[in-house]
Design a protein around this ligand. Structure first.
Ligand code: FSO
Ligand code: SF4
Length: 506
């Protein structure tokens, strides 16, 4: 075995990548990523929380998330001695390994959210302190019971972290509002911006004012169109392509510059390598990296100049979604949805609205992921579908109609905007004087990488039961740990859309 990684859904044989990553991560890079984590465990164990160390920890964790950093030189700068021996974790009893993996992968996801909030000047002491507590616990000889408590605490703290990021985004850019987004690309120079970082997008929008360069969002950047302080820029035109796993096909020879602000970055093909730019924790060998200066500013002129040089398409181009739709509607965060809460409550009371589904999470390459398209297609006309994260590209270009003026498909935003779905569910449960589990609400998740792990842990911390999880269960959940999840939360793998809908709707 030359490497070991089982942190994401596409892990080899559903067990672990041991020769090279299915994601394209090579053995040497995998070892360096392990070294980043093992040095962070030591750093967290000996240091008292302070801003400089915390930022180093947050970025180090985020760096090792799936599809973010493939650059050995960049990884080497994040490794400090002494290092904890990760084999103590990977070689431990499988339940201990499983619980420690849930904590480690959960805090990697949470670090991504803390990173985005930090970029906007938002920090939370409890969130920051927990990075130290969780990392140092990985080197301790803790019982399964104690580790299980920390697993649920990861979910609890992640809720605070997502709340902080929601506050950071909405206070900086306003509350998302319903907005139609075109999938058509105008002729002329353009930049594709992918990833989750709204602050990077905002800087780019400022720097492309009157430059004759249009901006298209890609993947998880789509919700940006709904924020008043971002949508006001006329050059923010529309959304390019579908979810991350299609990028090698969709970016092939594209006459545009592409900026990655976060994962999910796939190995970059030679046909578009010269136009890929990365920033923050994203690195790829030989691709131009946009640095941050000491004042937190970034100079995106290399990206802008590349877009001008490439010139874009010579004619307007249609790039419909996977179901043929040419527009998407975004902007149904908690503020908008709770703004029509009375309508939703009346519709439930009158029987016009019988069920709410949250179909959220990541997309990925597995053929079985068309489950989510079929599931949403088959939801009955008296049901709402809330969604967030990149898995929605399987169905977000479909017109599902509306119930009493409320669109049946409500896009709440990025994966971190799972916070919005939680807030809406909690408010509805208060209005109906019941628990979230007693609402006519079902959660169907698709997971891929570690942000989905921390969101799942948050849902479990909240005591939410009957979650259906697909397209496969995490390799790092041992049979005994799964047993605990099934007994306490009745979590279940997705089966077929027909069977799951039948079971949910009785
Ligand atoms: Fe997707 Fe990638 Fe947002 Fe993830 S683009 S898979 S869970 O990074 O973070 O949903
Ligand atoms: Fe394998 Fe996923 Fe790890 Fe990549 S991130 S090496 S695909 S488990």
């Amino acid at each position: 075995m030359s490497m070991f990684c089982f942190q994401c859904e596409q892990t080899a044989k559903g067990q672990g990548c041991t020769v090279c990553g299915v994601c394209g991560k090579k053995e040497d890079t995998a070892h360096l990523q392990d070294d980043v984590i093992s040095s962070l465990i030591e750093i967290a164990s000996v240091n008292k929380p302070n801003d400089e160390t915390t930022k180093f920890i947050i970025d180090g964790l985020f760096t090792t998330i799936t599809n973010a950093n493939f650059d050995n030189d960049a990884l080497k700068t994040m490794i400090k001695n002494p290092k904890y021996d990760m084999n103590n974790i990977w070689g431990a009893n499988e339940d201990i390994r499983s619980l420690k993996s849930l904590i480690l992968f959960g805090i990697k996801g949470m670090a991504a959210y803390a990173h985005h909030a930090w970029a906007l000047g938002y920090k939370n002491e409890e969130v920051n302190n927990f990075f130290y507590e969780a990392l140092s616990s990985l080197s301790k000889d803790l019982s399964a019971d104690d580790l299980l408590k920390l697993v649920l605490k990861t979910g609890e703290v992640n809720l605070k972290c997502m709340e902080m990021l929601d506050k950071a985004n909405t206070e900086s850019y306003g509350n998302p509002e319903p907005t139609q987004v075109t999938k058509n690309i105008e002729k002329g120079p353009f930049i594709i911006v992918t990833g989750h970082d709204l602050h990077d997008l905002k800087m780019l929008l400022e720097q492309t004012k009157d430059k004759g360069v249009n901006i298209y969002t890609h993947g998880e950047m789509l919700p940006a169109h709904a924020y008043p302080e971002l949508k006001k820029y006329p050059q923010l035109k529309g959304n390019f392509g579908t979810a991350w796993q299609n990028q090698q096909k969709e970016f092939d020879n594209v006459p545009a510059a592409i900026l990655y602000t976060t994962n999910c970055l796939m190995p970059v093909k030679p046909s578009y390598k010269d136009r890929v730019f990365t920033t923050a924790v994203v690195h790829y060998p030989e691709c131009f990296y946009i640095k941050e200066d000491e004042n937190g500013n970034k100079d995106f002129s290399p990206v802008i100049n590349k877009a001008l040089e490439l010139g874009g398409y010579s004619e307007d181009k249609k790039m419909p979604g996977i179901n043929g739709g040419e527009t998407l509607t975004v902007g149904f965060g908690h503020h908008t949805v709770l703004g029509v809460a009375d309508k939703v409550i009346d519709a439930v009371k009158s029987g016009a609205l019988k069920h709410i589904f949250l179909v959220g999470g990541c997309d990925g390459a597995k053929p079985g992921r068309n489950y989510y398209t079929e599931f949403v297609k088959q939801t009955p006309a008296d049901a709402l579908v809330l969604t967030c994260a990149c898995g929605k590209y399987r169905f977000n270009d479909m017109d599902l109609g509306n119930i009493g003026g409320i669109p049946r498909l409500l896009d709440m935003g990025q994966c971190n905007d799972a916070y919005s779905a939680i807030k809406v569910a909690v408010e509805l449960s208060k209005a109906f004087n019941c628990t979230v589990n007693e609402l006519p609400l079902s959660i169907v998740l698709s997971w891929y990488e570690q942000k989905a792990v921390c969101i799942l842990l948050t849902l479990l911390y909240l005591g939410i039961k009957n979650i259906k999880l697909g397209p496969s269960l995490p390799a790092f959940v041992s049979p005994n740990v799964l047993d605990i999840l099934v007994k306490n939360f009745n979590i279940a793998p997705t089966t077929t859309p027909e069977q799951d809908l039948k079971e949910i709707l009785g």
